[in-house]
Design a protein around this ligand. Structure first.
Ligand SMILES: Cc1cc2nc3c(=O)[nH]c(=O)nc-3n(C[C@H](O)[C@H](O)[C@H](O)COP(=O)(O)O)c2cc1C
Length: 172
């Protein structure tokens, strides 16, 4: 399944936990399939203005990479009970490149109470672009990390997400 899997890390934080989740998933996927990785820190996107931003030189190549993947995993920080602005802006800029993707989430949050914060973005991807959302996403809170180290429970959930992503992508 060459090029079928794409992980996008949506945190601009220099010490990002969601990036640690993304890198752990990437490592896991690479043991079985080819998977690409995109890091928000290397992607200085403009804000979507529904006009000229679509013509920014970074946007068309990004649309092409998303369109070429069958399964996209978004690694997102939780800010204000929602996914990061970068993630939402990314989808606003790339729009129909998301049509019919299988989409999974890796979330990093401060606490447990924001568990459902990825759902508005998931709903939008389902309704706008007919994405199939992998239901059991990975959610890590502050207590699940010691520096860059991810605890065993979240590591198991990452392994499960990798297995489900591959199974669904093969099946659909
Ligand atoms: C502006 C801001 C808003 C935040 N809002 C929430 C929130 O609503 N719920 C929560 O559990 N954590 C919240 N946090 C904590 C972050 O989710 C946490 O630091 C997480 O590790 C961020 O992901 P990252 O490390 O990948 O950047 C917030 C942090 C910031 C900076």
């Amino acid at each position: 399944m060459k090029g079928d899997f794409l992980i996008i890390s949506c945190s601009l934080s220099p010490a990002s936990r969601s990036r640690a989740l993304a890198l752990a998933l990437h490592e896991r996927l690479l043991t079985r399939v080819q998977a690409e990785y995109i890091d928000a820190r290397r992607l200085p996107l403009p804000f979507c203005d529904a006009a000229e931003a679509y013509g920014h030189p970074l946007v068309a190549p990004l649309q092409a990479r998303i369109a070429a993947a069958r399964c996209v995993i978004l690694a997102v920080p939780i800010y204000n009970y929602s996914t990061s602005g970068f993630a939402k802006n990314l989808i606003e800029l790339t729009g129909e490149a998301w049509n019919d993707k299988i989409v999974g989430f890796l979330c990093a949050a401060g606490g447990h109470r924001s568990y459902m914060s990825a759902m508005p973005l998931a709903n939008s991807l389902m309704l706008d672009f007919e994405c199939v959302i992998i239901p059991r996403y990975v959610y890590g809170s502050g207590a699940d990390f010691a520096g860059d180290e991810i605890n065993a429970e979240v590591r198991t959930r990452i392994e499960n997400l990798a297995a489900t992503a591959i199974r669904l992508t093969e099946a659909l």
